[in-house]
Design a protein around this ligand. Structure first.
Ligand code: GTP
Length: 346
């Protein structure tokens, strides 16, 4: 059984960070989420992956290649136009096994596949949807199920008091290849809005089971930030790179941190980072590798991707900065989200 990772969406809600890269390549605790995901699934026994690409496909292909570096095999299904979550699966059909797993590659989770696979084998249906419970289902499509787990319908954005459950589609599916016949080729098709309702209506057996563990959608800037704070406060089993000092502080190799700098947990510092005298980093700060932070700087609730330079006395709160940005001396930035288009080769 191979795994298809859907990674081709435009990621419009996470702009500008996704302006020049696919959303699943955005770093989560200093490592592209897609890399965490592949490594986590490899630990669960998955060896063969297909990645469905559209938006900046070369960013993913160049980073992972054939997967050898991570000890897995990766093939790619490239779309010429945006095909949507079901259209992307249809486009990858020739690369998929008779039974396969699909994951939205922008969901941050530490899922265990075995219970999901056991559930799939326990029923006669053609699709199992992993479900997750949310506090307030009014922004989602909520499932109504019978006692066996069969999904009867999706109720879109119900009022809290009218919701049949608090269980929503977690973006993780096990499918039999025969269901792909229900997806048209060459046009955009949404699995949530079109394919699942059709399959449920045709009574082919769409079942759902609740997945355990951490689950969060990194689709917006607020959620992207919150995922970091969740991971750094121990809410998930997703590994945090760097040497843990055991008190909510992680520091990578080769860092040069002034003795008078103050790290306020939770703080994650990447590799080869320089932090100047009297800087205060944290609480809630992620500093990517090869960043340089000048003396007297302050960073809180802020995420810096690799290679940023924060100059003397700058003060950043609630910010996200893309690769290689420079923040001027004594600049004060609150809630800034910045990215930079790469310089095009002449
Ligand atoms: P927004 O534009 O902010 O809604 O983001 P998105 O469309 O990238 O993400 P969405 O949550 O709608 O999609 C869920 C997952 O499916 C993400 O991992 C997307 O990368 C992926 N996805 C969405 N549309 C496509 C598509 O047309 N092709 C492929 N290959 N993947 C897709």
């Amino acid at each position: 059984m191979n795994v298809l990772l859907l990674a081709g969406g435009l990621g419009t809600r996470l702009r500008p960070m996704t302006e020049n890269m696919p959303k699943p390549m955005a770093p989560i605790v200093n490592r592209p989420w897609l890399e965490h995901l592949i490594l986590h699934l490899k630990e669960q026994g998955v060896q063969r992956f297909v990645i469905a690409l559209k938006h900046y496909p070369e960013k993913i292909k160049n980073y992972f290649g054939d997967g050898r570096r991570l000890g897995v095999s990766i093939q790619y299904a490239l779309e010429e136009k945006l095909l949507g979550t079901a259209g992307a699966i249809k486009n990858a059909e020739s690369l998929l096994d008779e039974q396969f797993i699909v994951l939205n590659a922008d969901i941050v989770h530490d899922i265990e596949l075995i219970p999901l696979l056991d559930f799939h084998r326990s029923h006669e249906g053609k699709v199992t949807i992993g479900l997750t419970e949310v506090e307030d289902p009014s922004a989602y499509g909520v499932v109504e199920q019978d006692d066996t787990g069969r999904i009867l319908c999706f109720v879109e954005k119900p009022r809290l008091d009218e919701a049949p459950s608090r269980r929503i589609n977690a973006g993780i599916y096990i499918m039999e290849k025969s269901v792909l016949a229900a997806i048209p080729s060459d046009r955009e098709v949404s699995i949530e809005r079109e394919t699942f309702p059709l399959l449920i209506g045709d009574n082919i057996g769409v079942y759902g089971t609740t997945i355990r563990g951490y689950w969060a959608d990194m689709g917006t800037k607020e959620r992207y930030r919150k995922i970091h704070w969740d991971l750094m406060t121990g809410t998930s089993r997703i590994p945090i790179p760097g040497q843990s000092r055991g008190d909510g502080i992680w520091i990578g190799k080769g860092c040069d941190i002034a003795a008078s700098a103050f790290l306020v947990p939770p703080v994650l510092i990447g590799e080869n980072v320089r932090i100047g005298a009297r800087s205060v980093i944290g609480p809630y700060a992620v500093v990517g590798s090869k960043c340089s932070i000048g003396p007297n700087a302050r960073l809180s609730e802020t995420i810096l991707w690799d290679g940023c330079q924060v100059n003397d006395g700058a003060n950043l709160n609630n910010c996200i900065f893309g690769y290689g940005l420079e923040i001027g001396s004594r600049h004060i930035l609150h809630e800034a989200v910045m990215n930079r288009l790469e310089v095009m080769q002449a």
